[in-house]
Design a protein around this ligand. Structure first.
Ligand code: SF4
Length: 247
């Protein structure tokens, strides 16, 4: 490797905090941890000095403790290199702390957009509210509480439903309107929601019955200590019965 190129690589490895640099120059990917691999991927992405990076689920496979380090690194790289970063994720809990603006997409269309804090504090679209409700709750007191997730499945992008694409799953759907006419992105051009219900405050909402959902769980657990224990079965085990004790 030419000296100039090697110096450039060393600078980048230092920028993404892979220390000591000489230890990483000759390593293979399988010799790196998940966090180190992500740092290397970021270094590789900025080596050609792009104006924009598309980061698709960059931290979803990492431990929670490493996620925040990688997001902080991406934020610093963004400021130092004056980059635009499009951060794609299903995890609203991380996008809230990383992004300035959030675009919520469902069925291939933007259904809500706005400043990150405002959108999280005051979500207007039912799908945004469902995403926020799905954030993991570390409180052990809530371990046995089921979240109210929308029934049904995401729509086919080849044959999307008529009207609002979310209407087959929406508990607020207005029969005859939401299933007939696609709503526009209401609100101002920088913040708005593609939801008829949110744009017509107080409007009557005769609900369209949601489809039956096999994944919707309504069962409740018995209290701790009353769960019957199942005997461990020895499938295919050839262990003989214990020999009778000698007389
Ligand atoms: S437009 Fe209607 S179906 Fe779509 S999200 Fe709003 S209330 Fe629900």
């Amino acid at each position: 490797m030419a000296d100039e190129a090697l110096l450039h690589v060393k600078d980048l490895l230092e920028d993404v905090k892979l220390f000591p640099v000489e230890d990483f120059l000759n390593k293979f990917p399988h010799q790196l941890s998940g966090g180190q691999q992500q740092r290397l991927v970021i270094a590789r992405a900025i080596i050609l000095e792009p104006q924009m990076i598309v980061a698709n689920e960059p931290v979803s496979m990492l431990d929670a403790s490493v996620r925040i380090e990688i997001l902080q690194l991406l934020g610093r790289i963004q400021r130092e290199y004056n980059l635009g970063i499009i951060y794609i994720t299903h995890d609203v809990s991380t996008v809230r702390y990383f992004s300035q603006r959030i675009f919520v997409m469902y069925g291939g269309t933007v259904v809500e957009q706005g400043e990150a804090n405002e959108l999280v504090k005051n979500p207007k679209h039912p799908y945004t509210r469902a995403l926020l409700a799905a954030i993991s709750d570390p409180d052990a007191q809530n371990a046995r509480r089921f979240k109210d997730v929308p029934p049904g499945e995401p729509p086919s992008l080849l044959h999307p439903p008529a009207g609002c694409r979310f209407h087959p799953r929406c508990v607020e759907a207005i029969a005859g309107r939401c299933d007939a006419e696609a709503p526009g992105l209401s609100g101002c051009s920088r913040a708005g929601s593609r939801c008829r219900g949110s744009s017509v405050p107080g409007s009557p909402r005769p609900a369209i019955p949601p489809p039956p959902c096999r994944r919707r769980r309504t069962a409740t657990f018995p209290p701790r200590g009353q769960i019957p224990l199942r005997r461990r079965e020895t499938r295919g085990c050839a262990r003989p019965d214990p020999a009778p004790a000698p007389p």
